[in-house]
Design a protein around this ligand. Structure first.
Ligand code: ADP
Length: 295
């Protein structure tokens, strides 16, 4: 089993020739409402990758909640412990221009209520726990304190988290940029490291992490485990049309395979194939494979 404690959002994406400047109105060509939020994306990925998955989070008492949770419900993710709050369902307002440049405003809404108190009230956490950086740090820490199995931490976005909690990650799953930011946090350094990813991986591991995966987009990922060094796994060669949600697909799939007994390298290999399928279709959750036949 996999339990995800995290965020769920509705993404409102408007497509337009160019982004508006301050004070300006532009007419957009079209818009889409789609489910998003790293927690919800990862929950869908974990379920589709073959693990019985529960999502614990919060949505509002509003019509957006049905959009935020719809795909999870259809896929059979357990949602009994998703709270309904006074705060609205989280929303990301995304503007995309014809060159695929974007500007994004996120309103956390209900996600900001997933605090220590809310997580403790939700009760026992079963199976592998998966966390991201889109809920308050107090909620993340409370979930970690309640975990009974290994913890997959995708600290995206990178928020302040005490060292002792960061080091509970097994693995920490982050992209290159996030890896450098977390190293800066752990080093207490003024500047972000610009060193090559394997060096950053080595330095992160030297802080005492049990394991680490750094995702490298089309270059695959690095897998590091205490006592067995660092290994680079290549990505599957595919024609990418939209990489939105690829990182979340990867993290959810890693957790699912760990829950099913894979070791970390096997889980990351599978997740790479799973994520490669998602970059060949548009959208985040919409691009996740509903069948594992091609894997
Ligand atoms: P994020 O979106 O969080 O920065 P990445 O871009 O590193 O995450 O992508 C996560 C994973 O998705 C990669 O490790 C890789 O396995 C897969 N992936 C991403 N982009 C591609 C691509 N162009 N081709 C094949 N696989 C990809």
């Amino acid at each position: 089993q996999v339990t995800i404690v995290g965020s769920s959002n509705v993404d409102i994406t408007a497509l337009m020739a160019r982004l508006p400047g301050p004070g300006e109105t532009v007419l957009a060509d079209s818009y889409q409402l789609s489910p998003g939020g790293k927690g919800a994306n990862q929950a869908l990925a974990a379920q589709l990758a073959g693990a019985a998955t529960e999502f614990i989070g919060a949505v509002g008492n509003d019509s957006h909640s049905a959009i935020a949770l719809g795909q999870l419900e259809d896929a059979g993710v357990k949602l009994d412990r998703v709270a309904r709050t006074e705060q609205p369902t989280g929303v990301a307002i995304i503007q995309v221009d014809s060159a695929a440049e974007n500007s994004i405003a996120v309103i956390s809404g209900a996600n900001s209520t997933v605090t220590a108190q809310a997580v403790q009230a939700a009760g026992a956490i079963e199976g592998i726990l998966v966390l991201q950086g889109e809920i308050p740090a107090s909620g993340i820490k409370a979930a970690m304190d309640g975990a009974t199995q290994r913890i997959v931490l995708n600290l995206a976005p990178v928020i302040e988290l005490d060292r002792e909690y960061l080091l509970k990650a097994n693995p920490l799953v982050v992209n290159e940029h996030e890896a450098a930011l977390i190293l800066q946090q752990l080093d207490g350094s003024e500047t972000m490291s610009t060193e090559a990813e394997p060096v950053i991986a080595q330095k992160l591991m030297a802080h005492g992490l049990a394991s680490l995966v750094i995702t490298l987009g089309a270059n695959g990922c690095l897998v590091a485990e205490q006592g067995s060094g660092i290994q680079q796994l290549p990505a599957v060669k595919v024609k990418a049309v939209d990489t939105t949600g690829a990182g979340d697909a990867f993290t959810g799939a890693v957790a699912a395979r760990l829950a099913n007994g894979d070791d970390l390298v096997q889980a990351a290999e599978f997740a790479g194939k799973f994520a490669a399928l998602t970059v060949q279709a548009h959208g985040a959750q919409a691009s996740y494979p509903r069948s594992l036949q091609n894997l």
